[in-house]
Design a protein around this ligand. Structure first.
Ligand SMILES: [Zn+2]
Length: 213
């Protein structure tokens, strides 16, 4: 069982991030999802149909790392998106990952479709790249992999697990025509990474638009 106070604090912290993402237009409707790690074996994740106006501990459910709901009073009758399997896989694969945010922005949706046939977007020579943990120069190539969208989450989990095992240093990925997953060592780092991705996607799209004029 988890201290209610911890669940309340984390819900408030993620709630502030969601408000910011919503205001930027990166998280329309409530079918995006957000999670954070509670300890080595447990996470909390937004339930289906949570209200983005005001996230409380009731907007979340607690799962163990295998995806099984914890038998906790506030968990009763709650369900979450099938995409929880992507969250639990990412937490299992990297013990450092403490928060994962999944959004459906226009830019990530459009760019992921434009580049789907190339399986990735290469971001390079942007000062903003230094925002990502472990990167200390603009002079790097940051690959953002793109996975084909499917309603079969087990297929996605398998493909993405393979990728993050091979490239553990990525901070996010795109699902084509669907959206972005970004994560970090804490809630504020995950937010920072997501914001950097969105900035860079906007730059890429604007560059493409101007080039094609
Ligand atoms: Zn989604």
């Amino acid at each position: 069982m988890f201290e209610q106070q911890i669940l309340i604090e984390k819900a408030r912290e993620i709630g502030d991030v969601v408000k910011f993402l919503y205001q930027r237009g990166w998280a329309p409707t409530s079918n995006s999802n957000y999670s954070c790690r509670l300890d080595a074996e447990h996470i909390m994740i937004t339930v289906s149909h949570w209200s983005k106006e005001h996230l409380t501990k009731e907007s979340f459910m607690v799962l163990n790392i295998m995806g099984k709901p914890l038998n906790q009073a506030s968990n009763s009758a709650k369900i979450t998106s099938a995409e929880f399997q992507l969250h639990t896989m990412l937490y299992k694969e990297n013990k450092e990952t403490k928060a994962i945010f999944h959004t459906h922005s226009v830019n990530s949706t459009v760019l992921s479709k434009l580049y789907e046939s190339q399986d990735e977007i290469v971001l390079e020579n942007y000062q903003m790249l230094k925002v990502f943990s472990g990167i200390d120069s603009h002079d790097v190539k940051k690959i953002v992999p793109i996975f084909p969208n499917t309603q079969d989450i087990t297929v996605l989990v398998k493909q993405i697990k393979q990728y993050v095992t091979e490239y553990p240093d990525i901070h996010g990925f795109l699902i084509a025509g669907h959206g972005l997953y970004a994560w970090g060592k804490n809630i504020s780092e995950a937010k920072r990474h997501l914001e950097a991705f969105e900035f860079l996607f906007e730059c890429e799209l604007l560059t493409l638009r101007l080039r094609n004029q």
